[in-house]
Design a binder for this molecule. Structure first.
Ligand SMILES: Cc1ncc(COP(=O)(O)O)c(C=O)c1O
Length: 462
């Protein structure tokens, strides 16, 4: 099939998929899942017509997707894809740019630069910070830890690039009890084992208790969190940073702000993330709340030179007049030009649109909590952001209800255990979700829960 026709076919399949999305199950049904086996064949000896390839993808693939690009997917903290970001992604795929250098893609470098500065402005972070477009928060956390490690070693006169990390000066690493697995992985990748971490107690929402912070010095890395994956709660970054900054050479503070850092774009929510601008490095996802295609996140570092040095082979400084290349601030060399979609998402939303997106998701999370609370179910968290935790009783009952919600297919929510209590975790992160979706999904969840509770009562009395 000719390229033009092939792309028309891809468009036809994609448009149909998106049109069907509102009526689609949130998770594939049994029948569709069985068809996945049809893909388990040996690599054909001869070539295939690309149209045929696309047809197989569409017939088996489309029905076996999770409808996380739809309005009723509330699992983990997933976002969907904004129309402008999706369309830009198609064009970017046709461009097939390598984002490593300005010389390998002037357009990608420029869009990353512009989108990066828009984002620093929206998030109210230091305007001169370095911005690296990485795969997501896990990689951004990793880059933040590497920058911190480099800065601390430098203070102590240790050059890890030449000397390695064996025998390096010790670094004290302070984290909250509720640290996300992603941050733990980042620390582990950088050589800091989980047993070596100093864990600070957290409150009922999962926030670090600032008064319990141990002493911090210039050989300390503090990993804070903006947006607990269960409750959405944000560590008291201002308190901790103010104490840390009171010292001449304080610790390095890194903020894992995968989704919670977005609170800073809204006047109504910014107080929750107050003081985050005082940190040294930040990780944030774009594929979550900004609703751009996977995979997309940012490492932001107050001191561009430190991030660049941490990630480069050469320890040499570059003259100030030389504008940095994109690869200065990412661990990869060749990579896709993910800044294109971010630029498109921001340009299409505008400042107002980004604020509305964040505030709308928070309002809908509250609506979910109100509906489920009114129906008599226990909301386990203060719903200040976009996360809601609901308990339906004991663990076995709540797990049965989670399973039934998932089988029903109207919406998808996962389970979690929050401070010893099994709960349904609802995350409202999609641009597509409407108040009607929340009403409809609340009703379905309430009906399923009541049914399970009644049948439990019948079974106990029988
Ligand atoms: C607080 C926090 N940090 C890190 C991550 C991991 O982000 P990613 O999957 O983009 O690497 C998540 C994902 O939900 C998160 O909630």
């Amino acid at each position: 099939m000719q390229q033009n026709k092939l792309l028309e076919l891809a468009k036809e399949y994609a448009v149909k998929y998106l049109n069907d999305l509102p009526g689609k199950r949130a998770f594939p049904g049994e029948e569709a899942l069985k068809n996945l086996q049809d893909l388990s064949i040996p690599l054909p000896r001869s070539s295939k017509d690309p149209g045929e390839v696309l047809k197989v993808l569409n017939t088996i693939g489309s029905d076996n997707t999770v409808a996380s690009n739809g309005a009723r997917y509330f699992g983990f903290v997933f976002g969907g894809t904004l129309p402008a970001a999706l369309a830009a992604n198609w064009l970017a795929a046709a461009w097939d740019q390598n984002a490593v250098f300005k010389i390998s893609s002037p357009i990608s470098a420029q869009l990353e630069k512009v989108a990066g500065s828009w984002l620093l402005n929206l998030l109210q972070l230091p305007a001169k910070s370095a911005v690296g477009f990485v795969t997501g928060t896990t990689m951004a956390n990793f880059c933040g830890v590497l920058a911190a490690r480099h800065a601390i070693y430098q203070r102590k006169g240790w050059n890890a690039k030449l000397q390695g990390i064996n025998g390096a000066p010790p670094i004290r690493i302070i984290v909250g009890e509720e640290i996300h697995a992603s941050m733990l992985r980042a620390l582990m990748f950088a050589g800091f084992g989980s047993d070596s971490l100093i864990r600070v107690p957290t409150d009922k929402q999962g926030r670090i208790i600032a008064q319990k912070m141990p002493p911090m010095d210039d050989a300390t890395l503090v990993c804070l969190q903006a947006g607990n994956v269960n409750t959405g709660a944000i560590d008291p970054v201002k308190d901790i940073c103010t104490t840390a900054r009171a010292r001449e050479q304080g610790p390095w503070v890194h903020v894992d702000g995968a989704f919670g850092l977005w609170a800073r774009v809204s006047q109504a929510k910014a107080a929750l993330a107050e003081g985050c601008d005082l940190a040294d490095s930040w990780a944030i996802d774009l594929h979550k709340w900004l609703n751009v295609p996977y995979d997309s996140g940012l490492i932001i570092c107050r001191d561009p030179t430190l991030l660049q040095e941490a990630l480069s082979v050469s320890a040499a400084y570059l003259p100030d007049s030389v504008e940095p290349d994109p690869y200065f601030y990412t661990p990869e060399m060749s990579r896709r030009a993910r800044g294109i979609e971010t630029w498109a998402a921001l340009y299409s939303l505008g400042q107002k649109g980004v604020i509305e997106l964040v505030e709308r998701c928070c309002d809908y999370a509250r609506l979910f909590a109100t509906n489920l609370g009114k129906a008599g179910f226990q909301i386990l968290n203060d719903v200040t952001l976009n996360q809601v935790l609901v308990s339906f009783g004991d663990a076995a009952l709540t797990n049965r209800i989670i399973k039934k919600i998932q089988e029903d297919g109207t919406c998808w929510c996962g389970g979690t255990v929050w401070q010893g209590k099994t709960a349904v975790r609802i995350s409202v992160s999609s641009w597509m979700t409407t108040a009607d979706d929340i009403e409809k999904c609340s009703a379905v969840i309430i009906q399923i829960a009541n049914q399970e509770i009644s049948s439990k009562k019948l079974n106990t009395t029988a």
